[in-house]
Design a protein around this ligand. Sequence first.
Ligand code: KIV
Ligand code: ZN
Length: 519
Amino acid sequence: MTQTDRQDRVLIFDTTLRDGEQSPGATMTLAEKLEIAEMLDTMGVDIIEAGFPIASEGDFQAVSQIAGRAKSSVICGLARAKMGDIDRCWEAVKHAARPRIHTFIGTSPLHRAIPNLDQDQMAEVIHDTVTHARNLCDNVQWSPMDATRTEEDYLRRVVEIAIKAGATTINIPDTVGYTAPRESAALIQMLIEQVPGAEDVIFATHCHNDLGMATANSLAAVEAGARQIECTINGLGERAGNTALEEVVMALKVRNDIMPYRTGVDATKIMQISRRVAAVSGFAVQYNKAIVGKNAFAHESGIHQDGMLKNAETFEIMRPEDVGLSETNLVMGKHSGRAALRAKLQDLGFELGDNQLKDVFVRFKALADRKKEVFDDDLIAMMADSTSSAGNAVQVKFLRVICGTEAPQSADLTLTIDGQDRQVTMQGDGPIDAVFNAIRELVPHKATLALYQVHAVTEGTDAQATVSVRLEDDGYIASAQASDTDTVVASAKAYVGALNRLEVRRGKSAPNVLDAARA
Ligand code: KIV
Ligand code: ZN
């Protein structure tokens, strides 16, 4: 980095695939992780934290394959302060043109109590592990987890040790989302001013959103000298999530007058990746979410619409197209062809290869047969349907429910399990209960239903419903979203989708939820 770069360039470190995916229920498959990583790389994210290689074989594979494919982003893997973790991390990231090892340890009194280390013992571990990481890789990031609740004198001491041992980036995490903007700035400023060697490293800020201050805290840290922001798409992450990439990138763009810093991110790719992350993680974006929420650019009140028609700047501080949202009124229908669908999806931010387009076109035709007009929101919901992959072990083949005023309701269901059709008829207290009982009969499992949510995609009686289902089994959580003009069918697909994802989540480490169905 040149001196000017150091002054105004803020590196964007995306951890959607590590801290984001760590969020209970946000499971992604290997193919989905590769796709998201490619999008991050293309949109100009500086560093992609691709996973935690020691955590599982799946994480290791994801990090090493992302490392092998990345074109310009630095690819980073996470490792605890353990030699085995760091070695495994290096094995995964070394395939990258620009690899980074990120090693961390909890330094606050509460976190030091877990491994039962006193300050001196922990300082030695930090010295040894950062030295080891630096011997493997010349790009090493070190994080004192729970930094914002660590004694300041101890924090200064360990940051200095990490710098002397070879760390090139020092990340200051607000692990529990406890800090506030002024405090966040003061902490970074104190470290930059008081730690010997601070001028030779980049300081990073890593905030969680428990008090809704993650974006403000990250920007305050930048104003105090941090030059790397750690964030996730849609603010995905454990509990209330991490700093949202789209918020910090757009805040730095729109308020460049008072925050004169630049990122390398192409903001016009934001909507596209936001929709894709929502789809593959199963975490829908709240309607009023800043930048990427469905209502972020909607102006419905009379006064607003009037003002907008006269001059968009009356109520708009940024234009929808700045984040890749293009307004098109072209409604699709069953006579729309493949080229029109491709163009429409492109407008909505979905770039499809020929094979993908073939598959999507079949789904679009099926939808258009049932629905006269296919709106933008219908297509977005169709693209967000995470249950349609041909590779899924279990698929919904046929469903018919009988319901009405007389209980019980019944569901006649055929599932294809590993290529074989299985049929059952079950009753329940309502059609959804009957369908879920039928799925449980065909795929016996102990998973409990942690979330069941239905949203109408558009208005009208032929509107599609998007159903989200989250299942929990023995500490493993998986979610899925499905859309259909029939709410019961969408529910069945979402439930089965979550079961398929539970299998991915558990990997090879535990008995498989689908084993009983295969027996
Ligand atoms: O929140 C946190 O402290 C983390 C560290 C592993 C950097 O995610
Ligand atoms: Zn975190």
